[in-house]
Ligand binder design. Sequence first.
Ligand SMILES: Nc1ncnc2c1ncn2[C@@H]1O[C@H](COP(=O)(O)OP(=O)(O)OP(=O)(O)O)[C@@H](O)[C@H]1O
Ligand SMILES: [Mg+2]
Length: 237
Amino acid sequence: MIELKNITYSVKGTSQEEREILKDLSAIFEEGKTYVITGPNGSGKSTLARLIMGINPLQHGEIFFDGQNIGNLSITQRAKAGICYAFQKPVTFKGVKIKSLLNIASGKENNVGGLCEYLSAVGLCAKDYIHRPFDDKLSGGEQKRIELALTLARNAKVNIFDEPEAGIDIWSFEKLTSIFKKLKKATNIIISHQSRIFEIADEIILLENGQIAKRGSYKQMKKHLQNARCGKLGGEA
Ligand SMILES: Nc1ncnc2c1ncn2[C@@H]1O[C@H](COP(=O)(O)OP(=O)(O)OP(=O)(O)O)[C@@H](O)[C@H]1O
Ligand SMILES: [Mg+2]
């Protein structure tokens, strides 16, 4: 379980003025539940995810993971504790083969069958990819899929996905949603603008101007999301 208490996060604006991106935000993400965070561009979704992972330093407020205050832990310590983050724009590793990354992520030496299981779950054929490096020569969509396969291999207690649908336009959404179903014992926090991802959420959190504007089940939120300001909300791929 992840608990956020009174998180405020500011950046310096163009004329060096303080700009609050997140404003006294508190939320609980329970174990075994899937949450979708949505909201207009620039509302603070990625900033929130980066704070949980420790990529952005905590300024004000507290973050607890299964009761432990993790606010001062490094990214590596949080990853070791069981938090996994799939970036909006994946970070590639020049020269490191996808096979090695999947073995590191899963913490074991996988045979081809095992590697195939992770890659086929994201619609990729193992024999075409395991010997390739995870670098910029892969297309944006391939990078996103491989990052998802790595998340699957990690099998962490908390998974944060930042717009997992981005760049995977023609990919069947069933495949994407089946990944979240495979990870359903974990706490899944998915940042998304996609109605088909909203449907699999236990709870949807609408972020506006760095605050939770509304939260509830898809049924409760559906109408509100359709009327929300962001054109992407409730939209199709
Ligand atoms: N280091 C920074 N310096 C200045 N502004 C920043 C910084 N980090 C984030 N911001 C600003 O904070 C706001 C929130 O950014 P964030 O990336 O969290 O938005 P988002 O909700 O994820 O948007 P999107 O849907 O476009 O991905 C944006 O206006 C962004 O420009
Ligand atoms: Mg973002």
